[in-house]
Ligand binder design. Structure first.
Ligand SMILES: O=C(O)c1ccccc1N[C@@H]1O[C@H](COP(=O)(O)O)[C@@H](O)[C@H]1O
Length: 224
């Protein structure tokens, strides 16, 4: 089975079209003003129209209120809402009820106990996104280019559906996939030449590494 790849933080036509043409299953648009990847909802909507139906469109938000979500959902018409803040299970349920969209809840992971935070969202979040804890002083809850210890996911119940994220790049994705058996991955700064600037060659290198890792993956899909 092909690994799902989400290229996140897209801001240009070139980057969006390249990502999808080269195998991105998901495209991510960031709505967080402090991020170098922040995009206005109308601009994201225009970009998304170019690839709608060919890849899933993901709106990435951080503790957004209903007014902001209304604007984002109306302009982007996303397939998935990625909630990357401190949204509790009740808020996830509310967002799902209002917008009728699947929610991918991001959780930051640094130590084994962080996996306990999954439980309250089971049956509520449609999918999880596991990212690293932001480094001290970072203003960004994600997109920091920092990885966590992927071995922590050994303790994960195999039925938990998730995207692996945080500090992935063409050099480490093979090891990340081999260790975790992840079926879906998410990358942002690892395919950038500068914060917020997507690099098409780095994207190609990442897709190549994912395909190489798939070629040696056990057919059962079990972890190596
Ligand atoms: O990328 C951002 O700037 C961002 C801002 C606010 C919330 C989430 C953000 N990014 C998410 O974090 C992952 C991991 O990023 P990276 O690969 O470590 O740079 C990214 O794919 C987004 O889902």
């Amino acid at each position: 089975m092909k690994t799902e790849v989400k290229i996140c933080g897209l801001k240009t036509t070139e980057a969006v079209e390249h990502a999808v043409a080269h195998g991105a299953s998901h495209t991510g648009f960031i709505f967080f003003p402090k991020s170098p990847r922040n995009i206005e909802p109308d601009d994201a909507g225009r970009l998304a129209e170019r690839i709608r139906g060919r890849a899933k469109i993901v709106a990435v938000t951080v503790d957004a209120d209903n007014d902001d979500l209304d604007e984002i959902v109306s302009a982007l018409r996303p397939d998935i809402l990625q909630l990357h803040g401190a949204e509790d299970p009740e808020r996830v349920l509310t967002v799902k009820a209002i917008y009728g969209l699947p929610v991918m809840k991001a959780l930051s992971i640094r130590e084994a106990a962080d996996l306990d935070r999954i439980d309250p969202y089971l049956g509520i979040a449609d999918r999880f996104l596991f990212d690293a804890r932001p480094p001290a002083g970072s203003e960004l809850p994600g997109g920091n280019g920092v990885a966590f210890d992927w071995r922590l996911l050994d303790a994960l119940d195999g039925s938990v559906d998730y995207m692996l994220s945080g500090g992935l790049n063409a050099e480490n994705i093979g090891e990340a996939l081999a260790l975790t058996g992840a079926r879906a991955v998410d990358i942002s700064s690892g395919v950038e030449s500068a914060p917020g600037v997507k690099d098409l060659k780095l994207m190609d290198a990442f897709f190549d590494s994912v395909r190489r890792a798939e070629a040696v993956r056990p057919r059962s899909g079990s972890k190596t």
